[in-house]
Design a binder for this molecule. Structure first.
Ligand SMILES: *[C@@H]1O[C@H](CO)[C@@H](O)[C@H](O)[C@H]1NC(C)=O
Ligand SMILES: *[C@@H]1O[C@H](CO)[C@@H](O)[C@H](O)[C@H]1NC(C)=O
Ligand SMILES: *[C@@H]1O[C@H](CO)[C@@H](O)[C@H](O)[C@H]1NC(C)=O
Length: 453
């Protein structure tokens, strides 16, 4: 047998396996596992405590002193000449930021801003779930209100939404912003296996516990994956899904990337959008470089995690580099270009949330739990039948062509390509995101409200 026949046979086997995989129907009932307890403590059981307790962020003075001691002892380091952000983080920028952090940044001021919202904690499956629950004050508004759950991703936090929440509340929405288990003030699991689908299950219970029979869900990054899962697993109560991040998955990857390499216009009709996918090899290389963190976190999270857990400078260097890469910071030769998008205080506060809660390790493990979980990929194939809104931000890393989306999202109510903004849309462009969410809820409610009667 020559090489060509072997290659042909291999391709046929892969294709057959793939189509067999696609033809399997997915049994949704097995995804809802409410009986798993994520803590080892024998005093915690799943049904031990269902109360919802008010919570205020109040970091001890000792933790702040410890941080300042560490910031004082930073060792200097220099970036290679003229390399800007090309080698990853820029030491000059991060060191000057650390100087600001130590001498000018005041955590207590930000604690006040954060505590302007109503925070709560409640235990679900052994996890102490932290969330903001913000609603308009007058009773009339409460009745006409639309409820929306907004979910952050990595390396963000609930804090990403601090400018979006007031806009939505002002427009008579009730907003719930949880922390993903093991991020910020939600406690981490003590056992392995808690990824996006398990989080969806926990957040579905959260909405039930809050007494909301109908709600909308919104998310970016991991928040988008969790929101997708909720849209599938709780389609009875979840009335609409709005995402500002969609994983780059072709409806038919084998055909798309083989035949598409020769005839790209067959697979992506729009010439502008075609550049997001083809030339395939070039795009896959760029994508792989941007996704290097993805491979590391989903294989060896604790190795990197322990280093970041122990050093505020390392934690800031790692997190802020992602903010620079994934937002609309167009000119990275300008070392501080990120500050056109976020203030120093915003960048540091988001890092602080990981630091003071000691959650960088669980946040990295979340990739491993979500990726090496066969259920994740199975659920990725399930079409989403509730109304969907997609906000396409130009500096987002993953931007599948619009024509690919109807494969997954069966009822796209709004699809808007924004003028500016990137991965951290809520923090970067709060008005644009909030306006799109409000518009989506209004339209899907008008179009589909009769479905839910
Ligand atoms: C934070 O905790 C300290 C002591 O634990 C207390 O004295 C202080 O009043 C608390 N601050 C807030 C805003 O609750
Ligand atoms: C919010 O609700 C109140 C009371 O129902 C209403 O008077 C007001 O116009 C609403 N505001 C918006 C922006 O819809
Ligand atoms: C990017 O910023 C650098 C440093 O400020 C400047 O010299 C350069 O002209 C800028 N490039 C563009 C394309 O704006």
């Amino acid at each position: 047998m020559n090489g060509y026949s072997i290659a042909t046979i291999v391709v046929i086997i892969i294709a057959a396996g793939y189509y067999y995989f696609l033809s399997q129907t997915v049994d949704l009932s097995k995804y809802i596992k409410n009986d798993q307890c994520w803590t080892n403590s024998p005093s915690h059981t799943i049904e031990d405590d269902t109360t919802i307790k008010p919570f205020k962020v109040n970091i001890s003075q000792g933790a702040i002193r410890d941080l300042n001691t560490r910031l004082k002892r930073i060792r200097n380091y220099a970036t290679l000449q003229d390399t800007h952000w090309d080698y990853g983080t820029n030491a000059d920028y991060i060191l000057s930021l650390a100087n600001y952090w130590q001498n000018h940044y005041n955590w207590r001021n930000h604690e006040l801003t954060i505590n302007n919202f109503n925070h709560y904690k409640t235990r679900i499956q052994g996890i102490n779930v932290h969330f903001i629950h913000q609603t308009g004050s007058d009773d009339l508004a409460k009745k006409s209100t639309k409820v929306i759950l907004m979910i952050h991703g990595w390396p963000g936090s609930f804090y990403e939404f601090y400018k979006v929440i007031p806009i939505l509340v002002k427009a008579n929405h009730t907003v719930i912003v949880p922390s993903i288990p093991g991020f910020g003030f939600s406690s981490p699991p003590e056992k392995s296996g808690l990824g996006t689908i398990e989080t969806a299950s926990i957040f579905i219970q959260l909405m039930q516990r809050l007494g909301y029979n109908h709600y909308y869900v919104q998310g970016g990054d991991w928040g988008s994956a969790i929101a997708n899962a909720m849209a599938i697993l709780d389609s009875k109560h979840c009335k609409g899904l709005h995402v500002n991040f969609v994983f780059m998955t072709a409806p038919n990857p084998i055909l798309t990337y083989s035949i598409g390499s020769f005839f790209p216009s067959l697979f992506v009709p729009d010439p502008e959008e075609r550049k997001r996918v083809f030339p395939f090899l070039q795009r896959i290389i760029e994508y792989s470089i941007e996704m290097s963190h993805f491979f590391l976190h989903s294989t060896r999270p604790d190795t990197l995690g322990l280093a970041l857990h122990d050093s505020p400078l390392g934690l800031a260097a790692y997190i802020i580099e992602k903010f620079i890469r994934w937002s609309g910071c167009s000119n990275t030769s300008k070392i501080d270009c990120i500050e056109e998008k976020f203030t120093k205080d915003e960048l540091i506060t988001n890092v602080m949330i990981y630091w003071v809660t000691q959650t960088i390790v669980p946040s990295l493990r979340y990739y491993k739990e979500s990726i090496f979980n066969s259920k994740t990929f199975e659920l990725e194939r399930v079409p989403i039948s509730i109304p969907a809104g997609i906000a396409d931000f130009p500096n987002e890393v993953s931007r599948p062509p619009r024509s690919w989306l109807s494969h997954r999202y069966k009822k796209i109510v709004t699809y808007n390509t924004m003028l500016r903004g990137g991965h951290f849309a809520a923090l970067e462009e709060p008005d644009i995101l909030a306006r799109d969410v409000i518009d989506f809820i209004l339209k899907s409610d008008k179009q589909y409200s009769h479905d839910n009667i």
